[in-house]
Design a protein around this ligand. Sequence first.
Ligand SMILES: [Zn+2]
Length: 312
Amino acid sequence: MIIKYRDKPAKIAGYEALLKRLPAHHGKRGLIQEKLNGARAGLGGEERLDQLLESFDPPYPYLLLQGVELPGKCQIDLMLITPSWIMLLEVKNIAGRLRFTENPSALHQLTPTGETKGYKSPITQMETAEMKITKLLKHLDCPLRVKSALVIAYPSQIVEAVPSGIKVWSADEVLIQLDRLQMAAASISPGQMKALGDHLLSIQDHYNPFPLAPKFNISPDEIENGVFCPRCRLKKMDRFLRKWECKSCFLLIGDAHFEALEEWFMIYKSTITTAECQEFLDLPDRDTAKRLLKRMGLEERGGRRHRQYAKQ
Ligand SMILES: [Zn+2]
């Protein structure tokens, strides 16, 4: 059974927000777009595997965790727990021809347009995850063995020079490969397996990729302020009779600032003051900013003169 479903990575919404608020000719747009495309492709590959595993019905008891993040920056695309072993799957969705190199380990991509790009070795990534989970299990006195495999999301990805001893599966064969895996004698009971799954869920440690502007060395004055219309996206809204109005498509709504403030936290920092809010949302006065912030359910920090609102 699946005990953890996949979440959309938060950084996707962050890159989208940053691109929306950067001027059309800003020099960092290309880099951010590339990051966004990579994150979307990664999610697409993982979701394809999730779909292919919908009919997963192996001859052994199991738990599946889709996209689990554990302490020590240990991110696993798919984890399968059984009473005799744990299998970790690392999914790659990088188009074109992929060649593994050793000394040093890397992955080289020849893109469909003939460009060559280098990536961190997914094998190193996979083996690091395997090592971290093995240590974690040891710490928990859990006798399960850990295995791992690299999954290539689409048949159009051509893989070359896979080092010996490394499992690389196409997403289409994962179902069969997992089904065929031999069950050694059970090391833990179904109850202990369930307890282990619950424990891993309870110690999840979500990596916070925000705020993005400092990471890309973008200063606040390069980013556009204002509340964007959720319908026509590009036009900014004005505050009118305690609502937000789009002068372009005439949409009139009350809570358009929610999305804008979420974007503030993703782009700038994890706190905001009423003065910053007034400027960021282009509000006519400080009182309106204070009223809107009070209704956001944010954590309030500091005294009245230096109050900050923080995302919980
Ligand atoms: Zn509009």
